[in-house]
Write a protein that binds this ligand. Structure first.
Ligand SMILES: Nc1ncnc2c1ncn2[C@@H]1O[C@H](COP(=O)(O)OP(=O)(O)OP(=O)(O)O)[C@@H](O)[C@H]1O
Ligand SMILES: [Mg+2]
Length: 427
């Protein structure tokens, strides 16, 4: 692309008066063969020379100009051209500059990353095949429209929602830039909107179930069971259970949103995981006794300290160890193993001997409200938020949660955390 072409594109992207003033002052590039030779010989600005080589015929017609001036102008224009290329590469949106014959004159870095190849000089269809985008491009390239915006889906491993915006460029030359196509990726926005509405639907559903049960029981107590003392006691116990379920749900939702709000603030306490784990085991004793399970805490006494939030880490291990009790086999032993992991980390694994989790569920376990067996989780008083809370706490601690499970054998949930470095905070 010649510097003049770049100038046109530059105007599109940099409508800054100062730039306009500079560009308005430059004339059509005219380069004498001697100058080309000099620049080639000096080996300077290889890119500019390569581009200009194709224009020698045109340049040969203009011989009356001062060679020193031409050289200076050539260098200046070449630098300008390169800076436009750099600017287009710095644009985060995928972008193509098209010729009138629909071939690609420039593809910026973002679109090369998106496509996995550089479509330079190829027809537009090498980059985008969507018929509506092709039709809109034709309209803009033939002058039927100044600009067009098309929303389309792009298949692949993950389907993407994209918007293509086409704008005609003012340029008379047949092989010059005739249009710019910029893509906006709406996939993440669409996904976030979808997740938000799913979340609201889930919360409403989780609250509606206990509320419907409570309202139903109140109606029964006022009607058919009005004088039945035994039924009253039973219903009141059930209502209390449903009420605490809602309280737990609201509590879990609040702590999840607090953790998320603080996710980017690094925790600053010095935490000894070897002190937290026995405390959590003691707190879970009533649940463990009911199922006749016991904890075996196996932690290296010299396990390094971590930089963390003690309350949050306690909550994370409590959720994991409570799950091990709930979903573990009656009468089994739950091992909680803490070890150093390399030089800079520790890993704590909660290992149960439960029925395990089918593999297809593993990637989704940490999603809010995701349960393998909904009815069973609800019957056990679960809200389905426990692992989502663990994941966000671990993320805040710049750690990792990994899950391994074998059906019929058991599950292992491992939290890896970076250790506190000597003399202060982590990087
Ligand atoms: N140790 C485990 N063994 C087998 N399945 C498990 C285990 N831990 C979690 N699960 C499965 O993962 C699901 C999600 O766990 P999570 O802790 O997020 O929710 P929950 O235990 O159902 O409810 P709560 O919010 O009270 O923790 C559970 O419903 C269960 O199906
Ligand atoms: Mg749980």
């Amino acid at each position: 692309m010649s510097p003049l072409d770049w100038r046109a594109i530059g105007l599109l992207f940099l409508p800054v008066p100062a730039v306009l003033a500079v560009l308005a002052g430059t004339s059509v590039l005219a380069v004498g063969p001697a100058v080309i030779g000099a620049v080639l010989a000096s080996g300077g600005i290889a890119l500019g020379v390569a581009r200009i080589r194709g224009r020698i015929d045109e340049a040969q017609q203009i011989e009356s100009l001062n060679e020193a001036e031409l050289h200076e102008e050539f260098v200046r224009q070449s630098r300008l051209a390169e800076s436009y290329e750099t600017i287009l590469d710095a644009v985060p949106e995928p972008l193509l500059v098209l010729r009138r014959d629909r071939r690609v004159l420039h593809a910026n870095r973002a679109i090369i990353d998106l496509l996995g190849h550089d479509p330079l000089d190829a027809d537009l269809t090498a980059a985008i095949r969507h018929p509506e985008v092709i039709a809109a491009t034709a309209a803009v390239l033939t002058g039927k429209a100044e600009e067009r915006t098309i929303e389309f889906q792009r298949g692949g491993a993950i389907e993407q929602s994209l918007v293509a915006r086409l704008v005609a460029l003012p340029n008379g030359r047949a092989d010059g830039p005739a249009a710019v196509l910029v893509l906006h990726d709406l996939t993440l926005i669409r996904k976030a909107t979808e997740m938000r509405s799913d979340f609201v639907a889930n919360v409403s559903h989780e609250l509606r179930t206990p509320l419907t049960a409570i309202v139903g029981m109140i109606e029964t107590l006022r009607g058919p069971a009005k004088k039945d003392a035994v039924a009253r006691e039973r219903f009141l116990a059930l209502m209390e259970e449903q009420g605490s379920r809602m309280t737990r749900l609201v509590g879990d939702l609040l702590s999840l949103s607090q953790i998320q709000a603080n996710e980017h603030a690094r925790p600053t306490d010095t935490v000894r995981v070897q002190d937290i784990l026995p405390t959590v085991a003691r707190m879970l004793e009533p649940h463990a006794e009911k199922k006749k399970v016991s904890f075996s805490i196996e932690v290296d006494s010299d396990l390094p300290v971590v930089l963390g939030d003690a309350d949050q880490l306690q909550q994370a291990f409590q959720n994991l160890m409570h799950n091990a009790v709930k979903y573990g086999r009656d009468g089994s032993v739950i091992r909680v193993v803490g070890r150093g992991e390399g030089r800079d980390g520790i890993a704590v694994s909660v290992i149960d001997q439960g029925e395990g989790i089918p593999e297809q569920h593993l990637p989704r376990l940490t999603e809010r409200f995701y349960r393998v067996d909904k009815a069973r989780s609800r019957a056990l008083g679960g809200t389905g938020l426990g692992l989502a809370i663990v994941k966000h706490i671990v993320t805040r601690h710049q750690g990792r949660l990994s899950i391994e499970s074998e059906e019929g054998v058991g599950s292992t949930f491992t939290v890896s955390l970076p250790v506190k470095r000597e003399g202060g905070a982590r990087d």
